[in-house]
Design a protein around this ligand. Structure first.
Ligand code: PDD
Length: 293
């Protein structure tokens, strides 16, 4: 089946869609993005993604960012054209096309907008059941990780290093020894009292939409959540460790480098949250899930 992409006002075939070689996303990674999960025809937490996208665009000072209603209409249309019910919607907005020069171009230069859609979502059944491993690495990213920028080279390199070592993800460590997150997911632990612990929002991590959803689900289930910084030692000694993210859902972690977490099997809290998150996805309403306001 033909795939379609949205590029600057036009729906084009995916293979034929192009951007200018002077696009600032291409030349400077001067752009921001979102990855939205599509589940049974629903856009998962689209409002949260739109809120974060607007925030990212404001933080990088786009003078005329596209409005969320227009973005919502395009998003729905490009998903409809691709006939994808479960998969991924990718939205990139960058500062537009202009002769290469570091300062911002004039305010008349319009943002470039690209949206693509693809089939397939979520970790493998094997990883969901058995848990995954992480490879510990230095967090070498810039100081504004709360902005969902397309400048992802450190994330790419750490994810690749994890893959090369046979691990699923990176566990990123700040110079002060505290854990930040994974290359494309947030990190949680369950401490010896059964409290769920995750790093507070701030410039050191991306404020995950799934993180916020899991927090709400945990609180509804009566599980205490504490937002606090924690170290690699805390993670290695934890009762449980898990990841959250649009493409990972809630994913138990059973090994970090050579250290097995607890008894090496996905823990009770992680499995419960994983199942509750899956239940949340299954209960979404296709119609209302596309509302952006
Ligand atoms: N990444 N931290 C980082 C660095 C991420 O890139 C992501 C998501 C997350 C989880 O955020 P959310 O729950 O909103 O997906 C945390 C997406 C999936 C990606 O880049 O493909």
């Amino acid at each position: 089946m033909t795939r379609f992409a949205y590029v600057n006002g036009r729906y084009e075939t995916h293979s034929g869609a192009t951007v200018s070689i002077e696009d600032r996303g291409y030349q400077f990674a001067d752009g921001v993005y979102e990855v939205v999960a599509l589940w049974n025809g629903c856009a998962v937490d689209l409002i949260g993604h739109m809120d974060r996208l607007e925030r990212s665009m404001a933080e990088v000072q786009f003078p005329n960012p596209p409005g969320r209603r227009a973005l919502g209409v395009v998003a729905h249309e490009v998903v409809r054209l691709n006939r994808v019910r479960t998969g991924i919607l990718y939205i990139q907005i960058n500062r537009g096309t202009a002769p290469r020069n570091h300062p911002f171009p004039g305010e008349d230069v319009r943002c470039s907008i690209v949206m693509t859609v693809r089939h397939g979502l979520g970790p493998s059944a094997h990883d969901i059941e058995n848990g995954v491993s992480l490879k510990v690495q230095d967090d070498q990213r810039w100081k504004r990780r709360d902005i969902k920028t397309i400048g992802l080279l450190p994330n790419v390199l750490t994810k690749q290093a994890a893959k090369a070592a046979g691990a699923f993800e990176a566990l990123l460590i700040n110079p002060d020894g505290t854990v930040t997150e994974a290359s494309a997911a947030n990190v949680w632990l369950v401490d010896k009292d059964g409290t769920l612990v995750t790093r507070p929002l701030g410039p050191e991590i991306l404020g995950g939409i799934t993180r916020a959803r899991v927090m709400a689900i945990a609180q509804e289930a009566g599980r205490p959540v504490r937002e606090t910084v924690f170290t690699l030692e805390d993670v290695l000694a934890a009762r449980e460790v898990f990841l959250s993210g649009t493409t990972t859902f809630v994913l138990p972690v059973t090994r970090i480098d050579d250290t097995v977490i607890a008894n090496g099997h996905p823990g009770e809290a992680a499995c419960d949250l994983r199942d509750r998150y899956q239940g949340y996805l299954n209960a979404l309403e296709p119609g209302t899930s596309w509302h952006v306001a």
